[in-house]
Structures are given as structure tokens and as C-alpha cells.
Design a protein. Sequence first.
Length: 174
Amino acid sequence: MARSFADIGDIVRGRDLYRGGNNKRRQQLDENLQKIFTQIYNDVTSGKNVDKAKERYKDTKNYFQLREDWWDANRSTVWEAITCNAQGNTYFRATCNSGDNRGGAQANHYCRCDDGKKTGKSETDQVPTYFDYVPQYLRWFEEWAEDFCRKRKKKIENAIKNCRGEKGKERYCS
């Protein structure tokens, strides 16, 4: 889930490096996002502080700053939308600070982590991942490395199992 969340963040912010697959569908997505952020830009620059907003969001071609600000403001809602109906341990990593200075706690039973503040909002307000701020190519590398290690471990286990005779004695394997 954290990787999907991060991928959504890259797409929304216009940072997605992946250009494979169906180019027509990708183009439709880019056009729809362009329309959405054009509308948001028009709304933001027509209210109070017009000059300040226009100065901040100068890039009216791709709206990179506006997209970044939108993501920062709405990432917790996006996280909630993709995780709150997820069953069991779909989000599997130790993700929240458990508060006991012993490391992370699971966020399996919560959509978010407890931020420790009593603000009147839910006590579980924090998105339990910052994967969306890790550059995409590093996430891809980590995913590849995890996959490689998982496959390597399985191959080693199979080799050990298949290259042992009765009572664990070695036998010739090629």
C-alpha cells in the first residue's frame, strides 16, 4: 500500500518517471490532471491574496508547485481513502512510532498513526509512511532488491533441500 500511495503522489505531483504501458491512457490521465489543476489554479487565484497566489503558482503550464501544495494538503485524505477498508495486515510494515522508544508499531488497525497531539481531531492523524517523499527511482531499486533477495533465499533453500541426502549428508548436485 505504501508503494501505491507513493506512486499516486508522484502522478499527482507530475513526477512519475514511468512512461511504459498504454500511452493513450497515460495521456488521458495527464490531460485530466491538467484540467483539474487548471481549475484549482483558477479558484486559488481568484480569491483573497490574488497577487501572492499568482506569484507562488507562476508555472501555469504544469502547475508543479500547485500540485506539490495540493498533495501536501491532501495526502492524509488520499492515504485514508486507499487504506481504511483494507483488510487485516495489508499494510504490513512497522510504520508508527510506538511511543516507547523501541521502534515502530504496526498501523494494521488504524488508517493512520497517532501523532501524540490532542487537537480535537482523531488521535490517529498521521499518515504512517513518508514513502511518497522518497524519489521514485530509489523506491524501484528497493523493490527490485527485495524481490532479488526473496528469490535468492528461495533458491538457496531449494538447493540445500535438494542437495542433501538422508540424515542431512551431502550428495552431489550439479
